[in-house]
Design a protein. Structure first.
Length: 188
């Protein structure tokens, strides 16, 4: 509890139900290297880049039966240094995540409801690691093929081997012999 009598919440060990009931709000600004799994996919540690995040908890009544359910709204903004797949130089890629999560009692319930739900389901916990969820969502938001909008260096569009074109010209076409046979049949 803080000095005003309100419960304080921790992103590292979040009591999800208490956070939702309180309409809790958390926000943070972490240096990118704090997210170790995410930085494995990046081009070096950049302590000058940050992950800004906000989380809001709420309790909503379910449509059927009116059962109270814990929800978490997550917003994350970050920039990660990746390798441009066109010019092979570093590119800072902005990532934005805005997701809502509904919490259920256990893993079996989550699996049973998962296919019929539009929202993401997570298991209710008294020691939920919010930063791990943030990191998971950022990893999922990474582009498959990161590229600059406009590469800072000229991208070579020719082969690097001058003998490449000559090597292809020397090979006979695989169906050339069949074409010759066809001419012989029709020419007789």
């Amino acid at each position: 509890m803080d000095k005003e009598g309100e419960k304080t919440f921790s992103a590292d060990r979040l009591d999800v139900w208490a956070f939702a009931q309180a309409g809790g709000q958390l926000a943070g600004r972490d240096q990118l290297p704090k997210y170790e799994r995410l930085t494995l996919d990046t081009q070096g540690l950049r302590p000058d880049l940050f992950v800004d995040w906000q989380a809001e908890g709420s309790v909503r009544k379910a449509a059927l039966g009116g059962v109270a359910q814990a929800w978490l709204q997550l917003r994350v903004h970050a920039t990660v240094p990746l390798l441009c797949q066109r010019c092979l130089t570093p590119v800072d890629v902005p990532l934005v995540v805005e997701r809502a999560f509904r919490f259920v009692a256990d893993e079996a319930t989550a699996e049973a409801l998962d296919e019929g739900c539009e929202e993401d389901l997570l298991v209710l916990s008294r020691s939920f690691d919010l930063r791990a969820l943030i990191e998971d969502e950022l990893i999922l938001a990474l582009p498959l093929v990161p590229m600059h909008d406009r590469c800072p260096v000229a991208v070579p569009m020719a082969s690097s081997d001058p003998d490449f074109d000559a090597a292809g010209a020397d090979k006979p076409h695989p169906f050339a012999a069949l074409a010759g046979l066809r001419k012989d049949q029709h020419g007789k």
